[in-house]
Design a protein around this ligand. Structure first.
Ligand SMILES: [Zn+2]
Length: 263
């Protein structure tokens, strides 16, 4: 943690105790029972709702460390561009843009999509960028609620698919829609994966308006920022957004580098 010789290690934090939440969950539910028994159902029910909220809310906070460590900011002057959801038809044009602006990025790929288009994965690596695990099938609406076996399968199968193409497994992981439930940590530990959050995002989902997305990202572009970007989205604006972000980085004199080069 404090060794200045291995800055990568400080960023690359694999969960050490992925089940540490479990005793707290059991203890909280015993406390609920005790309150219910001693003070009646009113207090018992309030305690039940509060205790469940305590364990559910962190799932929806992308930079919460409750269930697993997360990198949400970098030391040093560079910015970390992270591009989720590929590979896609956008991948090659994005690589050209990154070349043009002398920028590096980590592509958080979906295992199934990578397996279907391995030549794009190899091209990403050939041009000096990095890969990350972004689940095997990207089950967007259900990811937060996946049980332990399904979560292990989503993360493990993506890891396998990317390793088969790249020759080595990725070291970084990003949760689908940023949701990290109680079972993510164990899978990360098994695969030596470190979770990556973000500090700059544009909310480029449904109803995407590129100008507003870029303005929202732009507010948080600063040394050490981790920028959340996407490719292959149905709205078709990903390229324009990435180009505008690269322009803004250049205007601010910021460079986009992979984390091992920044520290
Ligand atoms: Zn995604």
């Amino acid at each position: 943690m404090t060794d200045p010789e291995t800055p990568q290690q400080t960023l690359h934090r694999i969960p050490v105790q992925p089940w540490r939440w479990l005793p707290w969950l059991i203890a909280s539910q015993l406390l609920v029972l005790l309150l219910w028994w001693q003070l009646g159902w009113g207090w018992g029910l309030a305690a039940l709702v509060a205790s469940h909220a305590l364990f559910v809310v962190p799932v929806f906070l992308p930079n919460s460390r409750f269930y697993a460590p997360v990198v949400s900011h970098l030391p040093g002057p560079a910015v970390w561009l992270t591009i989720d959801d590929g590979p896609s038809d956008d991948t090659l044009p994005i690589l050209d843009l990154l070349d043009r602006y002398d920028a590096q990025a980590t592509f958080f790929m979906v295992g199934e999509r990578a397996a279907a288009r391995p030549e794009l994965v190899r091209e990403v690596l050939r041009r000096g960028h990095d890969l990350g695990n972004h689940s095997h099938s990207h089950p967007q609406s259900r990811f937060w609620a996946l049980g332990p076996a399904r979560m292990a399968q989503e993360i493990g199968a993506c890891q396998q698919a990317l390793a088969a193409i790249a020759g080595e497994p990725p070291r970084w992981y990003r949760s689908v829609v940023g949701m990290t439930n109680p079972f993510v940590g164990a899978a990360l530990k098994r695969h030596d994966l470190a979770r990556v959050g973000w500090s700059a995002r544009g909310f480029d989902g449904v109803g995407c308006e590129p100008d507003k997305v870029v303005a929202r990202i732009g507010r948080d572009l600063a040394p050490g920022a981790i920028v959340l970007l996407h490719e292959g989205s149905g709205h078709g604006h990903n390229l324009a957004i990435i180009q505008a972000v690269l322009q803004q980085l250049q205007a601010q004199g910021l460079s986009a580098r992979l984390p091992r080069a920044t520290a």
